[in-house]
Design a protein around this ligand. Structure first.
Ligand SMILES: Cc1cc2nc3c(=O)[nH]c(=O)nc-3n(C[C@H](O)[C@H](O)[C@H](O)COP(=O)(O)OP(=O)(O)OC[C@H]3O[C@@H](n4cnc5c(N)ncnc54)[C@H](O)[C@@H]3O)c2cc1C
Length: 383
């Protein structure tokens, strides 16, 4: 990023940043336009794995790099800076959503079977919570996992699942007891080849075009009991923990994307001449840019402070929800203002702000909508 890094980042983080940046510029950015049409190839996961980017903060004995949370922040920032929204989301699903519960709640056998290949990039991971009739209201999900001897039989539908069509395994949230309220949920790692695991369709969407988004059907899908993650009935609280990491990394990536789009629009405004002078000299444009830069700086500070708490092992639900709410709102707003500053050029595919706007829009919905973030924040204030 052009602005000075904060004290949260060490020299090692900055070296990692340059390493990732160089790799993205060489091996990813040249293909981005093509991948918007064709989806990115699965092989890119293996490349990320080879370079260590899928295990930045996992221990070395599992094939990871042993870094801290700010290593993950660096990756998300660089993905955003390269404007590879769809790929960035798919990688974040792997590193910050599907695999962290396996690391935190999994047995050694589950880690070596599912986590190690996901770190090396041989396996692609997905996480399936959302259902056609249960998104924000996840507790209303209908997918069940019934135990028969040493197996569970999973039945249900999941929708909007990132990496769902290309995954090697999917972390599935299901009800093991439909009468037990929040104590009735459990998590399962379900390999894609399991009979009864169907990808019923892939979905076309507004943005994030290079990633796949799938609808899944689990039809009498039998998994061995040893693929259940954590204790039976503990899935809800495990999922709430997972969602904190998911929201925080979304905040990190999207505010970095906003910073990058702000810088792009500012440079454009300095270069673009109308009525005999750079449009940045018009006060209305100048002030627009100042508002953009100021809001991004303020929200970045909140995001970093929150990431610091998470890195230190705290569980700052209010701050994570606030950071996710504001970072994603600001990223959509900045992309929209950037299109205005670029005028007709901003609406064209050959300029990055158009894609940034489409990609950013998801962030106010995925990982919990704006409204749900406000509900959570309200609860922390005792309302
Ligand atoms: C591209 C994409 C990728 C995704 N990837 C994944 C994935 O990998 N895995 C996964 O499990 N899910 C994924 N999702 C699903 C995403 O998390 C949900 O779409 C999101 O949680 C919202 O659920 P919903 O779409 O069912 O909306 P709904 O819950 O139906 O909400 C509709 C509207 O009602 C509002 N609303 C609902 N309840 C309240 C309330 N109590 N108070 C006020 N307003 C309320 C919402 O804020 C929203 O505005 C993805 C979604 C998209 C679009």
């Amino acid at each position: 990023m052009a602005e000075a890094a904060t004290t949260h980042f060490s020299d090692a983080h900055e070296e990692l940043r340059l390493h990732i940046r160089r790799f993205l510029e060489k091996e990813v950015v040249p293909h981005l336009d093509e991948w918007e049409e064709t989806l990115f190839p699965d092989s890119i996961f293996r490349r990320f794995g080879e370079l260590g980017f899928l295990g930045l903060r996992y221990p070395q004995e599992l094939g990871g790099q042993g870094g801290d949370y700010f290593s993950a922040v660096v990756l998300s920032e660089e993905m955003a800076r390269a404007h590879c929204g769809g790929l960035g989301m798919a990688v974040a699903v792997q590193t910050e959503m599907a695999t962290p519960p396996v690391f935190k709640f999994g047995t050694d056998a589950q880690k070596s079977r599912f986590l190690v290949p996901a770190i090396s990039g041989e396996a692609i991971a997905a996480i399936a919570m959302t259902e056609p009739d249960a998104g924000s209201d996840l507790a209303g999900m209908k997918t069940t996992a019934r135990r028969f001897g040493d197996e569970y039989v999973i039945n249900g539908r999941k929708i909007f699942i990132t990496n769902g069509a290309r995954c090697s395994w999917c972390l599935v949230v299901a009800k093991t007891d439909t009468e037990a309220g929040h104590k009735g949920f459990s998590l399962f790692v379900v390999p894609k080849e399991t009979p009864g695991f169907h990808v019923t369709r892939t979905l076309k969407k507004l943005g994030m075009h290079s990633s796949d988004t799938a609808e899944l059907l689990f039809e009498d899908c039998r998994v061995p009991a040893e693929f259940r993650l954590g204790e039976e009935g503990e899935g809800w609280s495990d999922l709430m923990w997972e969602l904190q990491g998911e929201r925080l990394i979304a905040a990190c990536g999207h505010i970095a994307g906003a910073q990058s789009i702000f810088e792009y629009a500012m440079q454009y405004a300095k270069d673009r001449v109308a009525f005999g002078r750079p449009i940045a000299n018009f006060q209305v444009i100048k002030h627009k840019l100042v508002d953009m830069g100021t809001r991004v700086a303020a929200v970045r500070a909140l995001v970093y402070e929150t990431a610091d708490k998470w890195n230190r092992g705290e569980y700052p639900v209010r701050e994570i929800s606030q950071a996710k709410l504001l970072a994603t709102q600001v990223s959509v707003w900045v992309a929209d203002e950037a299109i205005q500053i670029l005028g007709g050029h901003g609406y064209m595919r050959e300029f990055p702000v158009e894609r940034a706007w489409r990609d950013a829009r998801l962030a106010r919905i995925g990982a919990g909508t704006d409204e749900i973030m406000k509900e959570i924040i309200a609860k922390t204030y005792g309302m």
